[in-house]
Design a protein around this ligand. Structure first.
Ligand SMILES: NC(=O)c1ccc[n+]([C@@H]2O[C@H](COP(=O)([O-])OP(=O)(O)OC[C@H]3O[C@@H](n4cnc5c(N)ncnc54)[C@H](OP(=O)(O)O)[C@@H]3O)[C@@H](O)[C@H]2O)c1
Length: 254
């Protein structure tokens, strides 16, 4: 389990693998998709803003990565048939799916539950949790065809211990930890592994929204976290399942 931090990824670690990244347009998801592609993966870039995905597409090609696929989708509005359609298209176009990085997320408005907006609560739960369940459900038949498939669900410190005023976000990340354990148990006898990963405090827009007064200069950029992401999405973590990892060895509260 400790290997995740001192791991040294081979340059062509992900060659031949197809990896779908949600929330690929910016933040940690963008860096992860670019990193996977520069290690040889064919990436599927899922997000709701096409220009951001197109810009990433260009950056991947400029970096010498395999041609990615852009999959525009708003996780808030997508329904089970949209995900079934997506899995069918991916299978048809790419033949297999070896990795899912379920990274997209929304913070919502921080504050006491008593004063929260019920509609926003449902939206955050849907994007952060239900959409990931629907996506896994639709993609599993395709992933079972891979000789070695990995699902990574993105958690948070506040997904392990409920945090006052973090409302739907904290609750949704507890759901992510639960979804990871349930899926990992159900898939124990298969070649599909499932793990949760907590990025810790990272210099992104979400972090700035959560801590507007924080001095951001001390925070790591997404690029600094990529070793654990590569380990979990690549073949060297085969057999590792049902865990909740920290991307940073010691994470400040996030
Ligand atoms: N940054 C941290 O310190 C930190 C700490 C712990 C956990 N995390 C987790 O790490 C993950 C990435 O966070 P981040 O910091 O990179 O956040 P971010 O910069 O806010 O990026 C969030 C990503 O999710 C996408 N997204 C949001 N709602 C979506 C929807 N309805 N449909 C499709 N995509 C949607 C966003 O796309 P748009 O551009 O379309 O909005 C964006 O690409 C999240 O799961 C977050 O909870 C982050």
């Amino acid at each position: 389990m400790e290997r995740i931090h001192d791991y040294e990824p081979a340059p062509a670690l992900l060659q031949g693998r197809v990896i779908l990244v949600t929330g690929a347009g910016r933040g940690i998801g963008r860096t992860a998709a670019l990193t996977f592609a520069t290690h040889g993966a064919t990436t599927v870039l899922l997000g709701r803003k096409v220009p951001a995905l197109e810009s990433l597409y260009d950056d991947i090609l400029a970096a010498g990565g395999p041609q990615p696929a852009i999959y525009p989708l708003d996780l808030l509005g997508a329904n089970p048939s949209d995900y079934a359609d997506m899995a069918g298209r991916l299978g048809g176009a790419l033949g297999h799916l070896d990795g899912l990085l379920l990274n997209a997320g929304q913070l919502g408005t921080l504050g006491p539950l008593e004063h929260s907006d019920p509609e926003e609560f449902v939206r955050v739960l849907h994007v952060n949790l239900t959409a990931n369940y629907l996506l896994c459900r639709a993609c599993l038949p395709l992933m079972r065809q891979s000789a070695d498939a990995s699902i990574v669900l993105i958690s948070s410190d506040v997904g392990r211990k409920g945090a006052a005023y973090w409302g739907a976000y904290s609750i949704s990340k507890h759901g992510i930890e639960g979804l990871t354990q349930v899926l990992a148990g159900e898939l124990e006898q298969t070649q599909v592994r499932v793990n949760a990963l907590n990025p810790g405090a990272v210099r992104t827009a979400m972090r700035a929204n959560a801590y507007p007064a924080e001095d951001r200069r001390g925070l790591p950029e997404p690029q600094a976290l990529m070793v654990p992401y590569l380990y979990l999405l690549g073949p060297d973590s085969k057999g590792v399942t049902g865990n909740s990892f920290d991307a940073q060895p010691q994470t400040p509260k996030s």
